[in-house]
Design a protein around this ligand. Structure first.
Ligand code: FAD
Length: 690
C-alpha cells in the first residue's frame, strides 16, 4: 500500500519504456554489466554514454561520486553503502561509479565544492582489481596529463579513501596506499584518514564502520553539511506485473542475461556472461564420512573459451532450496514467490542488479547472496521495519554493539533470515521493503577454483578440486554449509545416478531456469592468472600445496608428465602435500604413483599426514627436513610455488623458506627474508592462496 502512488508513476514509466524495450530489444544486451550493484552507474542503459565524469556529475546533479575498484563485489558494496548513507544522513547527491567506466584526465576539473570517494580493493600480489588497472596506471604514472594546466594539478580535488586488503599478503592494501600517495603528490585534499580494512584479520566490516564515522564528521565540517535524521528512501520500485506469468517468454527465471533468456547464449564468456558447461564427470576424492571433496570436469569444447594451466575457473552457484524458503518465509513472500515483478531504479544513477521482469523466487535463488555474513549496519537499517518493539530494540542493539553482534550472530555463521527468525521468534517481517533487501544484500558471487587440469594434456576439459564447506558450530542445530560447494555436491550426486539429490538434506533447482541446465550443466567462466609454470620446462620446481591447495599442482604435474611422454626434457619437480590421514583425505594418491612411473626421479611427492603420528606434521616441517635440497634447487633457480590457505600455511611457508635460506647459506635471517622478497618480486616465488 505504501508504494501506491509510486507504483502508478513507475508503472507509467515502464509502460512507456516497454515499447522502447522490446522494439529496440537491446536494453539488456547493451548494458555492460547487468549484475552491477544497486547504485552503480546506469551508463550503458542510455545511448551516448559519457566517459566524462564532470559532465556526468553535472547532468545528473551529483556532488559526491564514489568510485570503486572491486573484484569480488565487496568494495562495490561498500561504495553503495557510502552512497546511501551520504544521501540519507547528509543529503549529499551521491552516485557510485565503476572506475572502468570513466576517463581520469579531468579529475582536475571537478569543482572544489564536490567530493570524490575511492573505495579500492587490493587484489592478489598487491595488484589493482581488473576494473581499476587503467586508473591505477594513470594516477601513479610519472606525470599524468590532466585537462588543465594547473600548477598544482589536483589542487581542487577533495577526496576520501578506503582500501580493502588482506594482511596475509605481502603488499597489504597497496592499492589504496599508492593511490593516496599519488593523489597527495598531485596536490589533492584528503578528507579524513585513508582507511584500511583487513580481511586477513577478519575485521573488514568493523574496520570500515570504525573508519567512516570520523570521515563523515570531517566531511560534514569541510562541506558544511548538516546531519539529519536518516530516513529510509527506497532506491528501487517493485512493480507487480499482473499480466505476466512465469511462463511468459520475457520473464527471467534465473537466466543471467538476455542471450540466456532467448536461448542463444554465446561468447565471450566472462564475469558478466557465464558458459553453461556440461559436466563430463565428477567423483569423490575423500574416503571418510561427513567430509567431501569433489573432482569435477567441465567440458568447454564448442566454445571459444580457453585456459592455461594455473588459471582459475569461476562457478556461478544457486542457493539451496531450504535457505530460499527460509528467506521468503521470514519476509512473508512465500505466497507470491512466483508473481512476476519488474524492478525499476528510482534514482537515475542506480542500476538494478539483475535482469527483470522476474519473480521473487528467481531473485532470491539466483541473484542474492542470502547466506553470507550480514553487516551490523544492515541490521540497524532493518530495525526500523521490525514487527514489534522488542525485535526493534534487539536489532538496534545488534546494530550498535560490536561484541554483542559477534556473540549472537557471527559466532554461529547466521545468515539474514536466520537472524531475523531468532530476533522476532518467528514473527514475519512484513514491513521490510523489498528494495531494502536488494540494497542491503550483495549479488550472488561466482566462486573461484584453481584449475586442477593441464591445458597441454586436455585443452578443452577443465577440472575443479573443491572441498565441500561444512562447519559444526556451537549454537546451531545444523552445521553451516557453504553455498557453491554444496551445490556442486548435489550436481555430483545427480551425475552419479541420483535423480533427486539431497546432499545432507539440501535441495537445489538443479535443472536451472526453465530446465536449461538439464543434462547436468553448471554455469562457469575462466579467469586468467599469473600463477604459471616456468616457460623453460627444464627449470626445477618446488610446489607446496596441502589440502585443496594441491589443485593447481595436479595440473602442473600432469603437464610435466605429458611433456615427458612427448619426449621433452623436464626439470626436477617436488610436491609437498599434506592432509590428515593417508587413508582418508589423501587425494589423487593413485595419480601421483602414475606420475612417478612416467617421470622417474624427476618427480617426487613428499607427504605430511598430520594425524597419523604422535605429533602433528605439516608441510612446513617436511620442507625444513629437506632444507639442503630445497636450497640447492633454489640456487639452480628453481621456481617456488605455494597454494592453499592464506591465513596460516602460506605465511608459515614463507617464514620457513627464509629460515632455510639463512641456515643453509649462513646468512642473517633478515637478509634471507630480503632474498625471499626478491624472489617474489621476480616471480620466482608464486602464491595462489585464498
Ligand atoms: P561460502 O558460502 O562462500 O562460505 C565460505 C566461508 O565464508 C565460510 O567458510 C565462512 O567462513 C564464511 N561465511 C559464509 N557465510 C557466512 C555467514 N553467514 N556468517 C559468517 N561467515 C560466513 N576452494 C577449493 O576448494 N579448491 C580450490 O581450488 C580453490 N581455489 C580458489 C582460488 C581462488 C583464487 C580463490 C579466491 C578461492 C579458491 N577456493 C578454492 C575457495 C572457493 O572459492 C570458495 O571460497 C569455497 O569453495 C567456499 O565456497 P562456498 O560457496 O561453498 O562457501
Amino acid at each position: 500500500a505504501e508504494l501506491d502512488t509510486l507504483d502508478i508513476i513507475v508503472l507509467t514509466a515502464i509502460l512507456l519504456g516497454t515499447v522502447a524495450y522490446f522494439t529496440k530489444g537491446k536494453y539488456w544486451a547493451v548494458q555492460k554489466d547487468p549484475y552491477a550493484n544497486s547504485f552503480a552507474a546506469a551508463n550503458g542503459a542510455k545511448a551516448g554514454k559519457t566517459r566524462n565524469i564532470v559532465e556526468k556529475m553535472e547532468e545528473s546533479g551529483k556532488n559526491c561520486i564514489i568510485f570503486y575498484g572491486s573484484q569480488t563485489g565487496t568494495a562495490e558494496d561498500y561504495a553503495s553503502r557510502l552512497a546511501k548513507e551520504g544521501k540519507s544522513r547528509f543529503g549529499l547527491e551521491t552516485m557510485v561509479a565503476d572506475l572502468e567506466d570513466y576517463d581520469y584526465d579531468n579529475l582536475d576539473a571537478i569543482p572544489s565544492d564536490k567530493v570524490v570517494m575511492f573505495v579500492l580493493a587490493t587484489y592478489g600480489e598487491g595488484e589493482p582489481t581488473d576494473n581499476a588497472v587503467e586508473f591505477y596506471e594513470f594516477i601513479t604514472g610519472d606525470s599524468p596529463s590532466f585537462s588543465q594546466d594547473n600548477e598544482v594539478p589536483l589542487g581542487n580535488l577533495n577526496y576520501v579513501a578506503f582500501g580493502l586488503g588482506n594482511n596475509t599478503y605481502e603488499h597489504y592494501n597497496s592499492m589504496v596506499r599508492n593511490v593516496n600517495k599519488a593523489l597527495q603528490k598531485l596536490g589533492a585534499n584528503r578528507i579524513g584518514e585513508a582507511g584500511e580494512g583487513d580481511d586477513g584479520a577478519g575485521t573488514m566490516e568493523e574496520d570500515f564502520l570504525a573508519w567512516k564515522e570520523p570521515m563523515w564528521k570531517a566531511l560534514a565540517e569541510k562541506m558544511g553539511l548538516e546531519e539529519r535524521e536518516a530516513v529510509y528512501e527506497p532506491i528501487f520500485g517493485i512493480i507487480e506485473r499482473d499480466n505476466l506469468t512465469p511462463e511468459s517468454p520475457e520473464v527471467y527465471l534465473g537466466e543471467p542475461n538476455k542471450m540466456h533468456l532467448d536461448g542463444t547464449p554465446k561468447g565471450p564468456f566472462n564475469a558478466h556472461n557465464p558458459y553453461i558447461a556440461p559436466i563430463q564427470k565428477s567423483y569423490e576424492l575423500f574416503n571418510v564420512k561427513d567430509r567431501n571433496c569433489l573432482h569435477m570436469e567441465v567440458d568447454i569444447s564448442g566454445t571459444n573459451l580457453s585456459y592455461q594451466t594455473g588459471d582459475h575457473i569461476a562457478v556461478w552457484p544457486t542457493n539451496a532450496g531450504e535457505e530460499v524458503d527460509r528467506f521468503l518465509s521470514i519476509f512473508d513472500l512465500v505466497h507470491k514467490r512466483h508473481n512476476v515483478i519488474s524492478v525499476k531504479a528510482l534514482e537515475p544513477t542506480a542500476k538494478v542488479p539483475f535482469p527483470t521482469p522476474t519473480t521473487f523466487d528467481a531473485i532470491v535463488r539466483y541473484h542474492m547472496e542470502i547466506c553470507a555474513p550480514v553487516s551490523r549496519q544492515f541490521l540497524a537499517t532493518l530495525a526500523a521495519f521490525a514487527p514489534d518493539e522488542q525485535s526493534k530494540a534487539e536489532m538496534t542493539k545488534l546494530g550498535s554493539d560490536k561484541d554483542y553482534f559477534h556473540h549472537k550472530v557471527n559466532a554461529h555463521h547466521l545468515n539474514i533470515a536466520r537472524i531475523l527468525e531468532r530476533v522476532s521468534k518467528g514473527k514475519k517481517w512484513t514491513n521490510v521493503p523489498f528494495s531494502a533487501l536488494i540494497e542491503g544484500l550483495t549479488k550472488l558471487q561466482p566462486r573461484y577454483y584453481s584449475i586442477s587440469s593441464s591445458s597441454l594434456e586436455q585443452p578443452k576439459l577443465i577440472s575443479i578440486t573443491a572441498v565441500v564447506e561444512r562447519q559444526e558450530l556451537p549454537g546451531r542445530e545444523d552445521p553451516f554449509r557453504g553455498v557453491a560447494t554444496n551445490y556442486l555436491l548435489a550436481l555430483k550426486e545427480k551425475q552419479n545416478g541420483d535423480p533427486n539429490p539431497t546432499p545432507y538434506g539440501l535441495t537445489y533447482e538443479i535443472m536451472g531456469p526453465r530446465n536449461k541446465y538439464d543434462g547436468i550443466h553448471v554455469p562457469v567462466h575462466v579467469r586468467h592468472s599469473n600463477f604459471k609454470l616456468p616457460s623453460d620446462p627444464t627449470k626445477p620446481i618446488i610446489m607446496v600445496g596441502p589440502g585443496t591447495g594441491v589443485a593447481p599442482f595436479r595440473g602442473f604435474v600432469r603437464e610435466r608428465k605429458k611433456m615427458v611422454e612427448n619426449g621433452q626434457e623436464i626439470g626436477r619437480s617436488i610436491l609437498f602435500f599434506g592432509c590428515r590421514k593417508s587413508t582418508e583425505d589423501f587425494m589423487y594418491a593413485k595419480e601421483w604413483e602414475e606420475a612417478k612411473q612416467a617421470m622417474g626421479d624427476k618427480f617426487e611427492l613428499v607427504t605430511a599426514f598430520s594425524r597419523e603420528g604422535p605429533k602433528k606434521v605439516y608441510v612446513q616441517h617436511r620442507l625444513k627436513e629437506r632444507a639442503k635440497e630445497v636450497n640447492q634447487l633454489l640456487e639452480q633457480k628453481a621456481y617456488f610455488y605455494v597454494c592453499g590457505d592464506a591465513a596460516n600455511m602460506a605465511r608459515e611457508v614463507n617464514a620457513v623458506l627464509a629460515q632455510i635460506i639463512a641456515s643453509e647459506r649462513g646468512i642473517p635471517e633478515a637478509k634471507a627474508e630480503e632474498i625471499v622478497k626478491q624472489m617474489r618480486a621476480s616471480n620466482q616465488y608464486q602464491e595462489d592462496v585464498w
